[in-house]
Design a protein around this ligand. Structure first.
Ligand SMILES: [Zn+2]
Length: 316
């Protein structure tokens, strides 16, 4: 590669790698005549090249600590950083796989989906795109299964579908799941994650807060257990309804939990909020969360709670 401009030309054009872009730069022959310098220049180019060729399928860079980790190791660690414990967001299928005993999950209302009740422009296209990206029909998966042998109804919100915003179908699926739990006398677990209400459904979206809360009220009247698990991020209308209604409220470490966003609050109260504001640990300190549980311990913790609340017997 350097043959031509070392031997024949005084000036030559060589590719310089700058942030992944290749640009041409004129280099004076005198600058690189010295052997050591030549090696250094060579190394710089090689190093930059290596950074460009990192394969995302093999490596993953932690957003929190910056460590470059083998994707396989992170996945084996239940999608948490092996160095700093950052809990990465996982989809509903992964969540069900690590929570529910294998082969026991029965899905409810798989094909229930939102329409466009208010004729909001481009809403159907957005839903279609979300379906393609997530492989789901809506932002929540509901069903029943067993956790370490203890039966329960489970709802898992999926942030890959329109940031798990709550529209009419999300509200309806959760309400139906709670009603089935009432019929079958089963406890309910909801894994919450949401950007809030779905703006395309406006007031109908907000009505889901009342609907889901009313259903959980009936569950409570029947003396049945409801466990809410807050995952990153749980915000807006979901926080303002079923996320905070759990008899027991658990959360994953570092999850963002709040109602309005940081910027909106700062502009309103004209104060700078603390760094850890809306983090699960901060919210726990303020009394909203009973326990923060590492993802690797979550299944066993839920299993134990279900076992205790069932009078210490697994009912088949
Ligand atoms: Zn990390």
């Amino acid at each position: 590669m350097f043959k031509d401009w070392f031997q024949k030309k005084k000036y030559a054009t060589i590719p310089i790698y700058d942030n992944g872009k290749v640009s041409n730069s004129v280099v004076n022959k005198d600058m690189i005549e010295n052997k050591d310098e030549k090696i250094e220049l060579n190394n710089t180019i090689k190093k930059e090249k290596t950074e460009i060729e990192v394969d995302d399928n093999i490596w993953i860079k932690c957003k929190k600590c910056g460590e470059v980790l083998l994707r396989k190791d992170v996945e084996e660690n239940k999608n948490t950083c092996t160095k700093c414990d950052l809990h990465l967001r996982i989809n509903s299928r992964e969540r069900i796989a690590i929570t529910i005993d294998e082969g026991t999950f029965i899905e409810y209302d798989e094909n229930l989906r939102s329409k466009n009740p208010l004729g909001f422009p481009e809403y159907e296209e957005k839903i279609k795109k979300a379906e393609e990206q997530s492989g789901l029909k809506e932002a929540v998966v509901t069903g029943e299964g067993k956790i370490n042998g203890n039966p329960c109804v489970i709802c898992v919100m999926d942030s890959n579908f329109m940031m798990a915003s709550m529209g009419s179908a999300v509200g309806e699926k959760i309400t139906r799941a709670v009603e089935r739990a009432l019929e079958k006398k089963l406890p309910v677990i909801i894994f919450c994650a949401s950007g809030g209400a779905r703006m395309q459904e406006a007031i109908i979206s907000l009505m889901q807060m009342a609907k889901t809360s009313a259903a959980l009220g009936k569950l409570s009247d029947e003396g049945l257990l409801y466990i809410s698990v807050l995952t990153d991020p749980t915000t807006g209308g979901v926080t303002a309804s079923f996320a905070m209604l759990g008899d027991i409220i658990l959360a994953e470490p570092g999850a963002q939990i709040g109602f309005a966003g940081r910027r909106v609050i700062e502009q309103t109260i004209k104060q700078t909020l603390p760094e850890e504001f809306q983090k699960a640990e901060f919210v726990q300190e303020k009394g909203f969360i009973d326990k923060i549980v590492h993802r690797k311990d979550l299944k066993d913790t839920l299993g134990k709670i279900l076992y205790i609340h069932n009078g210490g017997e697994k009912h088949e």
